[in-house]
Design a protein around this ligand. Structure first.
Ligand code: NAD
Length: 337
């Protein structure tokens, strides 16, 4: 069977996970190249992932004619540049969220992608590939809860990782664009509607250091969608009990909840602390299977020549909403999107 040859850029927290999946787990993919800012990571990738080509210069990697597709897992501030160079060099693209750090860049990317219709582009909104979220979508589409008109989302990172989150905030785009964007994408997907108005509130309640990057550690947003449905969102970076991702979708005939308590697994520990359910610790643990599923799906799209379902427009439209939230926070007013 044909194998799609991949070059990956960014071998950090998530990049390494994707690289491992592509190198060792995805049947029809072969990781042949990697680009990192540091030589050590390249050497590690040669040893542990068996890559043939290592680069510290991204432009050189995308010029390699053996590579079919690029996985862009670099810091978000590079996404625009990395997408543009990949397209210009004839590569299909899987790119991590967010699409880019400004709305102008997102719109330029959308235009560029349209100029290369023979190249496939997919954005990594991995929750759509999580078994529970995909199951909920199927049940909603089957009409089990009637017409959905409200969504409530919690997206909370653990306090244990806050010291990593502070320097990351410098180039992340902020809480709304970097974190809440996952929930915003889910809301668009489940409610089948686009954002109309946004109102956001938040602040640095636990760690003041986020303020130096014009960021916050906990924030909420209330979003009205074009079809009249409502979204209530809470994102935070200081969750005491672990990584807590919870979603509720409310419809005219019922509701659905995903991840009501963020259990690590089905084990309950009965001891001097009472009945203890351990909590999921990070995004890599909670969405491990989804990260595999989304790239495996992308590879299958390339093999079967089917356009991926998560499109560049999903990145643009979600970013528009996330930006309105940030603007609302900054201006302390309701923003029309
Ligand atoms: N879908 C998700 O759930 C999810 C989760 C985490 C991160 N992300 C996204 O993935 C991307 C990477 O995040 P991360 O957490 O792995 O970041 P990270 O900071 O851990 O890793 C980034 C890596 O890129 C390298 N790098 C920096 N500049 C580079 C360049 N010009 N060329 C090549 N490599 C370069 C750095 O050395 C680092 O190893 C971000 O866009 C982030 O938003 C998505």
């Amino acid at each position: 069977m044909e194998k799609i040859k991949i070059g990956i850029v960014g071998l950090g927290k998530l990049g390494w996970k994707h690289a491992e999946n592509i190198a060792h787990k995805i049947p029809h993919a072969e990781l042949i190249a990697a680009c990192s800012a540091t030589e050590e990571k390249i050497e590690k990738a040669k040893k542990e992932l068996g890559i043939t080509y290592g680069y510290t210069n991204y432009e050189k990697m995308v010029q390699n004619p053996e590579i079919d597709a690029i996985a862009i897992i670099s810091p978000s501030k590079y996404h625009y540049e990395h997408i543009e160079l990949a397209l210009k060099n004839g590569k299909h693209i899987f790119c991590e969220k967010p699409l880019a750090l400004t709305l102008e860049e997102c719109e330029k990317i959308e235009k560029l992608v349209k100029e290369y219709p023979h190249l496939y582009f997919m954005l990594g909104f991995m929750r759509r590939f999580d078994e529970s979220y995909a199951y909920a979508k199927q049940k909603i589409d089957e009409g089990l809860i009637g017409k959905p008109f409200m969504i409530r989302c919690y997206g909370l990172d653990p306090i244990d990782l806050v010291d990593v989150a502070i320097p990351f905030a410098k180039t992340s785009g902020g809480l709304y664009l970097d974190m809440m964007i996952h929930d915003i994408d889910l809301a668009r997907w489940y409610l089948q509607s686009e954002g109309k108005t946004a109102y956001a509130l938040g602040g640095c309640y636990v760690r003041d250091e986020f303020a130096q990057y014009n960021d916050i550690d906990n924030g909420v947003a209330l979003i009205e969608f074009d079809n009249g449905s409502i979204g209530m969102f809470y994102a935070g970076r200081t969750c005491a009990h672990g990584y807590h991702i919870e979603t509720e979708i409310i419809g005219t005939k019922g509701s659905l909840r995903i991840g009501t308590t963020p259990d690590k697994n089905m084990t309950s520990i009965f001891n001097e602390n009472g009945v203890v359910k351990e909590c999921c610790s990070s995004f890599l643990e909670r969405f491990e299977q989804a990260y595999f599923n989304e790239v495996n799906y992308f590879i299958n799209c390339l093999i079967h020549k089917e356009r991926p379902s998560v499109k560049v427009s999903d990145g643009v439209l979600s970013t528009k909403i996330a930006y309105a939230c940030q603007k609302s926070l900054d201006e302390k007013s309701i923003i029309t999107i």
